[in-house]
Write a protein that binds this ligand. Structure first.
Ligand SMILES: Nc1nc2c(ncn2[C@@H]2O[C@H](COP(=O)(O)OP(=O)(O)OP(=O)(O)O)[C@@H](O)[C@H]2O)c(=O)[nH]1
Ligand SMILES: [Mg+2]
Length: 321
């Protein structure tokens, strides 16, 4: 490892924010220099708890994250916050608000806050998030809170990188609970009804409970439902307790271990996939053939399956040299 990377790794292990930020930028940009650093850091990981917080735009995720951060800070824990997709059209207006709100937190040396832009590449972002978690874990953070906006499949992927996922609902969603079912209900380990100071709490809670009653999870966990008023700090303790009880229940769980192995398997295949593609494209001739083949497929001169075979053959020929 070059001395610069070595120095950075040592600084990350010492918990230095500047080094952490620098390495995260490398991870985000997919810089090859990040790999040896992550390899070096990996043996120092495995202690940190990651919590995904997801829900509709404006549900109060940032406010809740801020409150939870305060809760864990009061217990003396080091807290990392990752806000994913602050540049989405939904949140554009909230960035400034987030900044102001989180400023008090960021002055505190025990809290590290980082925004991650999606740049239209959510698959890559889920992977990058996992690597950022690795960095923060190695840097000695006890808990990392990951805020993701939305209810789509891509957010599900990001949420899967966290150990426990909180799904935020708000009163007045009506039938939305039903429509949310497909994407997000399965990933919720804890359901939080935020803005419990608004009318309609009972209704959304009843709908949620009835949905939860008919859906049984393979791991046998019954997701608790917690009410919060994030702006007033109400229900934060209950929220933290729900996270804690989930953790306790999963420690001994063989199912949970299987799930983590499954996720790891996908991640390893993604890495291999990315590496093969990179290696394939590194060869200028193969790269040139990609252009040529794509054009021929469009012109119907070759079918895409055969074209893929041609590329793979070129890659294999290149490797055997
Ligand atoms: N009345 C009430 N307002 C709340 C509560 N929690 C958050 N809010 C307000 O709801 C608005 C949105 O809160 P945010 O925390 O920015 O919500 P968010 O889910 O992070 O929003 P995006 O990141 O834009 O998707 C803000 O004006 C908050 O002050 C709550 O419990 N009760
Ligand atoms: Mg937010």
């Amino acid at each position: 490892m070059d001395p610069v990377t070595e120095r950075m790794v040592a600084d990350v292990l010492a918990g230095e924010f500047r080094a952490i930020a620098r390495l995260i930028t490398l991870v985000e940009n997919g810089a090859p220099a990040a790999i040896p650093a992550l390899q070096e850091l990996f043996p120092h990981t495995g202690r940190c708890v990651s919590v995904g917080i997801t829900g509709a735009p404006g549900a109060g995720k940032s406010t809740l994250v801020d409150q939870l951060a305060g809760h864990y800070r009061a217990l003396g824990e080091k807290v990392g916050i990752i806000a994913v997709d602050p540049t989405s059209p939904f949140t554009g207006g909230a960035i400034l608000g987030d900044r102001i709100r989180m400023q008090s937190r960021s002055l505190d040396s025990g809290t590290f806050i980082r925004s991650m832009a999606t740049r239209g590449n959510l698959g890559g972002l889920a992977r990058a998030t996992a690597d950022v978690l690795l960095v923060l874990d190695a840097a000695g953070f006890d808990i990392v809170l990951i805020e993701t906006v939305g209810v789509g499949q891509d957010e599900v992927e990001i949420a899967r990188t966290a150990q426990v996922t909180l799904v935020l609902l708000v009163p007045g969603m009506g039938d939305d609970v039903q429509t949310m079912k497909a994407g997000i209900m399965e990933i919720g380990d804890v359901f939080v009804i935020n803005k419990a100071d608004h009318a309609g709490v009972e209704r959304v809670e009843a709908e949620l409970e009835s949905l939860l009653a008919i859906s049984s999870r393979q791991d046998g966990w019954k997701p608790p439902v917690v009410r919060t008023v994030a702006t007033e700090g109400k229900g934060i303790d209950a929220c933290a307790r729900a996270i804690q009880s989930w953790r306790e229940s999963q420690k001994q769980s063989a199912f949970q271990l299987e799930k983590r192995i499954q996720i790891q398997k996908e991640r390893l295949l993604e890495l291999v996939h990315a590496k093969i593609v990179r290696s394939l494209l590194r060869d200028q001739r193969t790269f040139g053939r990609l252009d040529e083949l794509a054009r021929r497929v469009v012109e119907r001169g070759i079918d895409p399956f055969s074209a893929a075979e041609v590329l793979l053959a070129a890659w294999e020929a290149q490797r055997s040299h």
